[in-house]
Design a binder for this molecule. Structure first.
Ligand SMILES: [Zn+2]
Length: 195
């Protein structure tokens, strides 16, 4: 934990106040994300940005979903859970939700413990593989409305328009709103199977 906080402090110190893509300290050997840290950002947001490349509403929704679900089933993360996602997540920005989930649960494509199936409605099921406890999360109408408040991005953009716009309604402005929303306003959580 100490190392995480130290790293976040380094990131925060990297604020340059300019809209360049090099707004934070580079981690040697890794790509530099389109992330412009703010003092109120939680430490985990920098890690998500490092993994995903930016902080959009779908990625941050996935982050929050994974945190809520992991805690609800009492899993440590990475190796003791399975994440099953249903939803219309064919391409970005919607599919960014899956990256947020990977960061906050530690279940990944590579470990094959994150599985996505295409359907019309978004549902996340997380199972603690040691105890069998399982929860189901569905986004609230409020969360979907907040996500939808993001301004449409340019069609020719290869990064969801993120690097060009940081004002109101931009990907990172709406993302930060989602970061700060109370959990009960984000997802309806239901325990499916008890331990
Ligand atoms: Zn994204």
């Amino acid at each position: 934990m100490k190392r995480l906080l130290t790293w976040a402090a380094v990131v925060t110190m990297g604020i340059g106040g300019t809209h360049t893509t090099r707004a934070q300290e580079e981690i040697a050997g890794l790509p530099t994300p389109h992330y412009h840290p703010e003092a109120t950002d939680p430490a985990w947001l920098a890690f998500a940005a490092q993994f995903h490349g930016h902080i959009g509403p779908w990625a941050t929704s996935g982050l929050r979903a994974g945190m809520i679900a992991r805690r609800a089933v009492g899993a440590k993360g990475y190796f003791d859970l399975r994440v099953e996602v249903e939803g219309p997540l064919v391409k970005p920005p919607h599919s960014c939700f899956l990256d947020g989930l990977q960061v906050s649960t530690g279940a990944t494509l590579g470990k094959r413990n994150l599985i996505w199936t295409e359907t019309d409605a978004l549902v996340v099921r997380v199972t603690n593989t040691k105890t069998g406890k399982q929860v189901e999360l569905r986004p609230t109408a409020k969360l979907l409305a907040v996500i939808a408040s993001m301004k449409p991005t340019p069609v020719d953009s290869d990064d969801h328009g993120h690097a060009h716009d940081h004002g109101e309604g931009s990907a990172d402005a709406v993302a930060r709103r989602i970061v700060a929303m109370p959990e009960k306003e984000l997802f309806a959580v239901k325990v499916i199977e008890k331990e």
